[in-house]
Design a binder for this molecule. Structure first.
Ligand SMILES: [Zn+2]
Ligand SMILES: [Zn+2]
Length: 393
């Protein structure tokens, strides 16, 4: 008998609703079933939650102004209905006979992408590009063209390579503090941590914007990892206030100001490390032009157009490096979780409001939240508080 469950379902721009779907079951000895307890909104979700991006991409593809590879996401990319959500902390509720790394009852991070952990690409740390995927992306929360793995705002999630994918959360760390660990936290970590390791104390510039939580997490992580200065540029006063609480230096960009005109940045400063979280071509250009010689810029936004212009002459003269690409949470999570468990970086400053599971349709459509988080941890749960580590703060 097939058990059914409610799954939060993306219908179209501005509309999420609970739909009754078949609950998944184990398909083999290496799999696990988990029950999500905390779920959050990836910055990338805002694209289809708040904009008719599917229609825009279809039109853009017809006019040949969109990169043709966008079609790998289907003829109607991001078109609902599909089970929503690819960030969660979950409890293991069943495991196959061959699973050794996790046990029933354990709380785990579930990375957004399916990865086997054994292929050459996974072993190189590019776990979101696992060679065993059958489509351009194999992931939760994007519907059938990404494998039909379901969404994370549901009762049961099937994890095909349990030992390779699931990462137990550190003892005593609140699952609420780890909202975003499936994607946006490691996405932010990789923009600054490896580069600060290579150049300890280097100043960092974060150009904030559409990738709201990623930009803010990146600023907070850079502060925690000892950057001598973290400048955070944004036009949003809420984001600027959060950045300041994280220990970064907020720089207000007038919303109507031309990106590259005016006193946007202290001109004397050039940064070995910059982050473009703006999802704007002008923001990307600013992040590149602000680099010190040999510096590295990581752009986390979606640039769908055919051939986004880049200041290549400037990059040539400065020996600049530009890194783009999806996050690889499974590879980076051990370091990310260590940092959060240390108490040096508190991600809950980015997610001050947490809603109940039942409120998910409204919570995920709240434009004001830098990052929306829902939970069904019982009120009596000792870790159901905003502190990163109970007793540590
Ligand atoms: Zn995401
Ligand atoms: Zn693999």
């Amino acid at each position: 008998m097939v058990t059914r469950m409610p799954a939060l379902t993306f219908i179209r721009k501005g509309r999420l609703e609970w739909r009754d779907v078949p609950a998944p079951c184990l398909h083999g000895p290496h799999e696990a079933l988990v029950r999500p307890l905390v779920a959050s909104r990836c910055d990338g979700d805002c694209l289809f939650l708040f904009h008719d991006v599917s229609r825009a991409l279809q039109l853009g593809a017809a006019l040949h102004v969109i990169d043709p590879e966008v079609r790998e996401l289907g003829d109607r990319p991001f078109a609902g209905p599909f089970a929503y959500g690819h960030e969660c902390i979950a409890e293991v509720i069943d495991v196959g006979d061959a699973v050794r790394g996790v046990a029933i009852g354990q709380r785990v991070v579930v990375p957004w992408a399916i990865s086997c952990g054994a292929c050459g690409t996974c072993r190189r740390g590019l776990t979101s590009q696992c060679e065993r995927k059958a489509s351009a992306l194999a992931a939760y929360g994007f519907g059938g063209r990404t494998g039909g793995w379901g969404g994370m705002v549901s009762d049961v999630l099937r994890v095909p390579f349990a030992d390779a994918m699931l990462v137990p959360i550190p003892p005593g760390v609140s699952p609420i503090a780890l909202a975003g660990a499936s994607d946006n936290l490691p996405d932010a970590w990789r923009t600054v941590a490896p580069h600060l390791r290579a150049e300890p104390g280097a100043p960092v510039l974060v150009v904030g914007g559409a990738a709201r939580s990623i930009g803010l997490y990146a600023a907070g992580i850079a502060v925690a990892l000892g950057a001598s200065r973290v400048d955070y540029l944004d036009g949003d006063p809420v984001n600027l206030a959060i950045a300041e609480r994280l220990g970064a230096n907020p720089i207000a960009r007038r919303p109507q100001a031309r990106w590259l005109r005016g006193p946007l940045l202290p001109l004397a400063t050039r940064y070995p490390i910059t982050v473009d979280a703006s999802n704007r071509q002008a923001g990307l250009e600013l992040a590149i032009r602000a680099l010190a010689p040999g510096g590295v810029c990581t752009a986390v936004g979606f640039y769908f157009r055919c051939g986004t212009p880049l200041p290549l002459w400037h990059m040539y003269l400065k020996g600049a490096r530009l890194h783009v690409g999806v996050s690889n949470p499974r590879a980076d999570l051990p370091d990310v979780l260590d940092l959060i468990a240390s108490g040096r970086f508190d991600p809950t400053l980015v997610t001050p409001r947490v809603s109940s599971w039942e409120e998910a349709p409204e919570a995920f459509l709240d434009r004001d939240a830098a990052k929306a988080v829902v939970t069904r941890l019982p009120p009596s749960d000792p870790l159901r508080c905003s502190a990163v580590r109970v007793g540590a703060l």
